[in-house]
Design a protein around this ligand. Structure first.
Ligand code: PZK
Length: 285
């Protein structure tokens, strides 16, 4: 392939494809508890890529209504060695904000709510618990952390300071609109989209453009709707077998993680494929 590497995340890479294009490549690697596991999940990169591509299509009417675009050029015109797990995209000038929308209380959102009764600038009713649906989805931006660091929560004023008041308002409204539409589609497929993270950039004409991967289990929390039960930690749609096995293994979450057994790999692969098939209503492969 031999393209210059532009950026590398825990489980994917970005290459310079020339002519103002980038190649986003998803691997079969999986992370849990902030570690990349030594055992790949076969087809994970292909499933997440296919899911992103499908979501870009689903979200186009929302983007259009904002006069915005997405960065996807092609998922088929890619080098053979990454076929199926790569997207050719337009190179953007990325905005320095992670645009997160939360429709449910979970993780750091629960911690913030327990401490303050609010999430960022939004006051919330008393009595919410881990897993509760929020009265309205909330925009909870963060700054992009360096690799290995955690994203840092910022308030809306910090977004305004970073990109200007008008662009900040646009990012908040577009993020919430994309989340609402995504959550509606997911819910019809039996999946709760608890929260998700979008990244935006500006194209050569200054047009606001949705980038990155979208509405995958790696950029979002997917919960099975059937077992949703506020008050408990919600099982992850995709990673719960992995987390449960790692916990039962006695791994200390600090040492290099152990290899996963074949049955956990197979069950996890099946979860990714099932998520894709449930959402899109099509067969994977
Ligand atoms: C870009 N990232 C984050 C994504 C990684 C890191 N269309 C674009 N134009 C310019 N830059 C980016 C994109 C996109 N998407 C996004 N880094 C650069 C990222 C995937 C894997 F390692």
């Amino acid at each position: 392939m031999n393209l210059p590497l532009v950026a590398r995340g825990k489980v994917r890479e970005v290459y310079d494809a020339g002519s103002g294009r980038l190649l986003l490549v998803a691997s079969d690697r999986i992370s849990a508890y902030d570690h990349v596991l030594p055992t790949p999940i076969p087809d994970k990169g292909r499933v997440l890529t296919a899911l992103s591509v499908w979501w870009f299509g689903q979200l186009t009417p929302v983007l259009d209504s904002f006069g915005a675009a997405h960065h996807l050029v092609s998922a088929s015109d890619v080098p053979a060695e990454v076929a199926g797990r790569a997207m050719l995209v337009r190179r953007l000038s990325m905005l320095p904000v992670e645009c997160v929308a939360r429709g449910y209380l979970s993780g750091s959102g629960t911690v913030e709510y327990a401490r303050t009764g609010a999430i960022r600038d939004v006051a919330l009713p008393a009595g919410l618990v881990e897993g509760s649906q929020l009265p309205e989805p909330v925009f909870t931006p963060s700054t992009k952390a360096e690799l290995g660091e955690h994203d840092e929560a910022i308030d809306f004023a910090a977004v305004e300071a970073a990109v200007g008041a008008d662009r900040a308002a646009e990012l908040r409204e577009l993020t919430l609109a994309l989340y609402r539409r995504g959550a509606e589609i997911a819910r019809e497929a039996g999946i709760i989209l608890a929260d998700t993270k979008f990244e935006f950039g500006l194209d050569g004409d200054g047009r606001l453009t949705l980038g990155d991967e979208v509405l995958t289990p790696d950029s979002s929390r997917f919960w099975p709707a059937l077992t949703w039960s506020p008050g408990d930690a919600q099982p992850s749609y995709d990673k719960q077998y992995v987390r449960d096995w790692l916990t039962a293994s006695g791994w200390d979450r600090v040492s290099p993680p152990p290899e996963l057994p074949a049955d956990v790999v197979e069950a996890t692969r099946e979860r990714y494929v099932t998520a894709y098939e449930q959402l899109t209503g099509t067969t994977f492969r």
